[in-house]
Design a protein around this ligand. Structure first.
Ligand code: MG
Length: 263
């Protein structure tokens, strides 16, 4: 068992569910954490959904979840900007989750002369929005990207994520964004600050070596890899080589994870 767990940062897709289907034991894991009073947050790179949407998605699968337990890359991006420049003028290329997060952090949402361009997944992205973003950034606005995911699974195949749009803006402006989501450290450090704990006392749990485990290592947290999604026994060594990181613990399934956590 792992000692001194002050908080758990849990990945969602591939760790607790696949699309709309719960991974066996995810409901018992969450109820066990609640009954043992181990603090946790659901931590997702998804920037389009609001915390309430994410909690509703989990609850619909039978995993008890509340919106205040959800950390998204949009919340962390808005907090990052608000801490650097309270009330800053921000142009948003993104969806509801990012708009709401910026409003709630007291940022001033503008459509001209922004101090920051913050960009997430944006399924209404156009040539015109690319042009405006590139001009603002070239003109001196800071560029913040919620998450670097290039492609995402959807019901009818893979689709471009926030990172692909960010790459277009980077190419057009010549400016690299500050990246908030996994594998960068900002999202995890936002989550540990919300729990009020030191990163070294937090455990990051996820199925993806490139995003979850790398983010945990970058943020100074301990890490648990679950072989419930992207990483398998067969590709684990290859991922270790590609990423240069290793998880502190590996669980084959969520029953093993519950044993490891003692819940
Ligand atoms: Mg995952």
């Amino acid at each position: 068992m792992i000692d001194n767990i002050q908080g758990l940062l849990l990945d969602l897709d591939g760790t607790l569910f696949h699309g709309g289907i719960m991974i066996p034991g995810a409901d018992k894991l969450i109820s066990g954490l609640r009954s043992k009073r181990i603090p946790f947050l659901f931590v997702t790179n998804n920037s389009s959904r609001t915390p309430a949407n994410v909690a509703a998605h989990l609850s619909a699968m039978g995993i008890e979840a509340h919106e205040q337990e959800v950390c998204t890359s949009s919340l962390a991006a808005a907090r990052y900007i608000a801490e650097e420049s309270p009330g800053a003028a921000v142009a948003i290329l993104g969806e509801e989750g990012l708009h709401r997060a910026c409003e709630e952090e007291g940022l001033q949402i503008v459509t001209d002369s922004p101090q920051y361009v913050v960009q997430g997944i944006d399924r209404s992205f156009t040539y015109d929005s690319l042009t405006r973003a590139a001009r603002w950034i070239t003109g001196g606005a800071a560029f913040v990207l919620t998450n670097p995911d290039l492609m995402l699974p959807s019901d009818d195949g893979m689709m471009p994520g926030a990172g692909t749009l960010g790459a277009a803006i980077e190419a057009a402006s010549g400016v690299k964004p500050v990246i908030i989501g996994k594998p960068h450290r900002h999202l995890m450090n936002y989550a540990t600050s919300r729990l009020g704990i030191d990163p070294k006392d937090a455990i990051v749990v996820g199925d993806n070596m490139r995003t979850d485990i790398a983010a945990g290592v970058n943020a100074g947290c301990r890490t648990v890899l679950t072989l419930t999604g992207v990483t398998t026994k067969d590709n684990l060594e290859q991922y270790k080589e590609w990423t240069g990181v290793s998880p502190d613990f590996i669980c084959n399934n969520l029953a093993e994870l519950r044993n490891l956590l003692g819940v």
